[in-house]
Design a protein around this ligand. Structure first.
Ligand SMILES: Cc1cc2nc3c(=O)[nH]c(=O)nc-3n(C[C@H](O)[C@H](O)[C@H](O)COP(=O)(O)OP(=O)(O)OC[C@H]3O[C@@H](n4cnc5c(N)ncnc54)[C@H](O)[C@@H]3O)c2cc1C
Length: 380
């Protein structure tokens, strides 16, 4: 987004994140990818800088910033490390979740997630179902003042390092989509265990893995929202998550664009910089245009969210466009690097792998198109 459209606060946030990303993250981005180790110190530093609580109101210990400010944090982190941007997404989404949807006893969890004291994640997907959320089979059976939960969750981001897990479970199968509820489960609760850590293509370092739930007993007080409302609440939460994913994809493309531009200026072929070939210039021009377009869609979805207006189609459009253009353009960033781009000596190789996830996560792009098609049909 052009600087002149940003508020002073947004410019300051962007500058602060850029400094952190350049100084603390860039030197370690390749190492995080290679070792696949969760960088707890960097996670905590983002919390200490107040970025996880950016959207929380001051009474919750946050800064009450607007949604596009959070998008700028994402974009700046994604420009250097998509893994850090994804960690940021999980933290800010969970802080927002507890504050917006928790009851009086659960709301303080927002502050504890924002401070980095607690790591929390939403676990909906199961090994047999992701897009078809209503087909989950994890159950929560009520018995007096508690529920007994049985099932397994797959692809839990930060799964191996979480303190809290928010899960979606079936509470009444006869009620279909109205028979699911959300529950908070604490690490260490008997019957709660971790399975294998996934060996991922990209966005590595997030300790993503399986979680097993075997006769896990949780008090009724751990249910978030009314019984039967879990699916609706979880699906609503995906709207903001899509802004996060679109922001990450946009930042990632900006980073790859800068790498490609630098390389094109310095690499020589046929006696000239490859930048001087129009075929290369056009790839870079397309990248620049796509980044501006994605920022425009993000800005629109963010503004609607802040205004408290529906933004389902706009968030889906931002996520769809930003992730597709990220894969397309980062492929071209690799192309501009030639053979060098296919090696781990240049960050575009990692960025290309990272970009692919953005077309899958928070609802695949086929699902985004379904959402948009339904919305435009209902709008007449
Ligand atoms: C690294 C990573 C981290 C993740 N983190 C989390 C997390 O923290 N929490 C969580 O709950 N989940 C998480 N997920 C899961 C993710 O949200 C799902 O992978 C995603 O929603 C797709 O579900 P699926 O993998 O089951 O694919 P499927 O639903 O099996 O889809 C397979 C293919 O079929 C297509 N398809 C399915 N239904 C339709 C349809 N109706 N119309 C057209 N095409 C369709 C899909 O678009 C896709 O191309 C994560 C996944 C990954 C890879």
């Amino acid at each position: 987004m052009h600087d002149s459209f940003l508020t002073d606060e947004q410019r300051m946030i962007r500058q602060a994140v850029r400094e952190f990303a350049e100084k603390d993250v860039r030197p370690r981005a390749a190492e995080i990818d290679e070792t696949d180790e969760f960088p707890r110190d960097l996670y905590q530093k983002m919390a200490d800088l107040g970025w996880f609580g950016l959207l929380l109101p001051p009474e919750a210990g946050g800064s009450g910033a607007d949604t596009y400010s959070a998008s700028l944090v994402h974009q700046e982190l994604g420009r250097v490390s998509a893994a850090l941007a994804n960690m940021y997404a999980v933290a800010i989404e969970q802080a927002d979740f507890f504050w917006a949807l928790g009851n009086e006893a659960q709301r303080p969890l927002a502050r504890r997630v924002a401070s980095g004291e607690l790591i929390s994640c939403l676990a909906v997907t199961e090994s047999h179902t992701g897009s078809d959320v209503a087909a989950i089979t994890t159950t929560a059976v009520r018995g007096g003042d508690h529920y007994v939960i049985n099932g397994a969750k797959a692809f839990v981001t930060l799964g191996k390092v979480i303190d809290l897990l928010v899960i979606l479970a079936v509470t009444d199968r006869t009620k279909g989509k109205r028979g699911m509820s959300l529950f908070i489960i604490e690490r260490g609760t008997p019957g709660f265990s971790f399975g294998r850590k996934e060996r991922l293509m990209g966005i590595r370092g997030l300790a993503t893995g399986e979680v097993f739930l075997e006769n896990v007993r949780v008090p009724v007080a751990n249910r978030v929202g009314p019984e039967g409302e879990g699916l609706r609440v979880a699906l609503n939460g995906f709207n903001f998550a899509r802004i996060c994913m679109a922001s990450m994809a946009t930042g990632l493309t900006q980073g790859a664009y800068e790498e490609a531009l630098r390389y094109a200026r310095q690499r020589k072929a046929f006696g000239q910089a490859i930048y001087d070939f129009q075929a290369v210039q056009f790839m870079l021009a397309d990248m620049w245009v796509d980044i501006q377009a994605a920022q425009g869609l993000l800005w629109q979805a963010s503004k609607l969210r802040d205004a408290g207006r529906p933004y389902l189609a706009e968030a889906a459009a931002a996520k769809l466009f930003a992730s597709d253009m990220a894969v397309r353009n980062i492929s071209n960033a690799v192309q501009i690097h030639g053979g060098a781009g296919y090696t781990k000596d240049y960050p575009v190789e990692r960025m290309y792998r990272d970009a692919k996830l953005t077309q899958i996560y928070e609802g695949t792009n086929q699902i985004q198109r379904l959402i948009i098609a339904r919305q435009i049909a209902s709008a007449g």
